[in-house]
Write a protein that binds this ligand. Structure first.
Ligand code: FAD
Length: 396
């Protein structure tokens, strides 16, 4: 509940506007307005009911946010800073919404764009940009999460088809998906090669049951992909995928968006806590007048500002095609997720008892961020990626 009328804007604290182009500001402000008008009023109910507002998908497409940084094929072709700003505004709404858009764009449209044939791009990308086809990304398995190379899903060539069997779990959007990007070990030529496939979810032998009882990302559909001898045409393979590195390249795109997105969740919590602190009277004065509360707010604003400057720098590097390595992304994904989770917890505490109600945003973001901390490479996995880069020692 952000009721502050004279509230300081974090944009001013960060001085970010001075560093954005008119187009970047427009993308941010348009997405921001849409989130406040169309998404925020309904999200507490979706969170409580564990539902996702599918009816908003055409509006998200209209905003150009599916595959927003892809050129051509009906995509908006935004630069990476605009894309990041949009992810941030979406996650100001809810991590589940940003997850939906990240999966569609970075984990499904990007692999088709980067590793697919021209026919595959023409067939899928325009409809995915329009939100007419929804995708999911199946990498994680019950026995293979942080170590996806341990996957057991197999694709075996049989004439003009591949036959795929295996189980994927914790798959965002799978219950609503028309297609899945499935990663599988291919037996025929080289047993150790992991390849990507576009698998239409209406094929015989595939089911995508929803995962229930989540206490995090409740306003997001999560499910399995269970494949029992699913036959797909040979041209369902993404021809340019060459091992696990191809899947990791997709994750790198998504992690870039996450590093921006979680700042939005942190900002939502901060804005709410600041407004609340100015109104809540305890010991005859607003709690905003108490030094300990001010310290919490100042620490939060500082961490948000530093995170914001870091992703802006990285976004500019990415747009300039300069040195942009996976460990750069690990640094900001790891730091910003932990930062946002800390700020959500502190903000929840500033709200006192009210902080445990979903009528306020803090606890919803706090619970969501536990998933974001874990998915797309856990905090520990990114620590080990950076540790390996710094020391040259593989500690996995
Ligand atoms: C809500 C949600 C949505 C998701 N969406 C998707 C999706 O769309 N597609 C998809 O493919 N996956 C998805 N995932 C899966 C997610 O990426 C995995 O959960 C994540 O990679 C961790 O894998 P795991 O759960 O198997 O944990 P594990 O790999 O079993 O890890 C357990 C713990 O051990 C730690 N650990 C692992 N290895 C080491 C090591 N070498 N040294 C020290 N510690 C280590 C981990 O950091 C973690 O703390 C999603 C998960 C969630 C919760």
């Amino acid at each position: 509940m952000n009721t502050g009328t004279n509230q300081v804007s974090l944009d001013d604290v960060i001085s970010i506007d001075a560093k954005l182009s008119d187009e970047e500001t427009l993308v941010r402000d348009t997405t921001r307005r849409w989130i406040r008008e169309r998404f925020l009023p309904g999200v507490p109910t979706h969170f409580e009911n564990a539902t996702f507002p599918m009816e908003l998908v055409p509006e998200i497409a209209e905003l150009g946010l599916f595959g927003a940084n892809i050129q051509g094929y009906g995509c908006a072709g935004m630069n990476n800073v605009s894309y990041g700003l949009a992810m941030q505004e979406l996650e100001y709404g809810d991590s589940g919404l940003r997850s939906f858009v990240s999966v569609q764009g970075a984990l499904c449209m990007f692999p088709i764009f980067r590793f697919g044939s021209e026919e595959q791009r023409q067939k899928y990308l325009p409809k995915m940009a329009a939100g007419e086809l929804i995708g999911c990304f199946g990498l994680t398995e019950p026995g293979a999460g942080s170590d996806p190379g341990a996957m057991t899903t197999r694709a075996t060539r049989d004439g003009n088809e591949y036959v795929i069997s295996g189980q994927k779990m914790w798959i965002t959007n799978s219950p609503a998906a028309h297609l899945a990007i499935v990663w599988a070990k291919v037996d025929s030529d080289d047993a150790s090669t992991i390849r990507g496939f576009i698998v239409d979810t209406d094929k015989a032998g595939i089911t995508c049951p929803e995962t229930h009882h989540k206490m995090s990302l409740r306003a997001s559909l999560t499910g399995e992909i269970v494949m029992d001898e699913v036959r797909v045409p040979a041209d369902a393979i993404l021809p340019e995928t060459k091992g696990l590195g191809s899947a990791l390249a997709c994750l790198n795109q998504a992690r870039f968006g996450i590093a921006w997105g979680v700042i939005g969740a942190a900002r939502a919590c901060f804005d709410e806590a600041l407004a609340y602190a100015k109104e809540r009277i305890v010991f005859d004065r607003p709690i905003a007048s108490k030094q300990l509360i001010q310290q919490q707010l100042v620490d939060s604003a500082t961490q948000i500002a530093l995170a914001q400057w870091a992703v802006l720098h990285l976004g500019r590097l990415k747009d300039e095609g300069k040195n942009f390595a996976p460990y750069h992304v690990s640094l900001v994904k790891r730091n910003n997720c932990a930062m946002a989770l800390d700020i959500a917890r502190v903000s929840r505490s500033i709200l006192g008892g009210n902080g445990i109600s979903v009528e306020f945003a803090a606890i919803r973001h706090m619970l969501n961020l536990e998933s974001v901390y874990t998915y797309e490479g856990t905090n520990e996995v990114h620590t080990l990626i950076l540790g390996r880069y710094l020391t040259g020692e593989n500690a996995f």
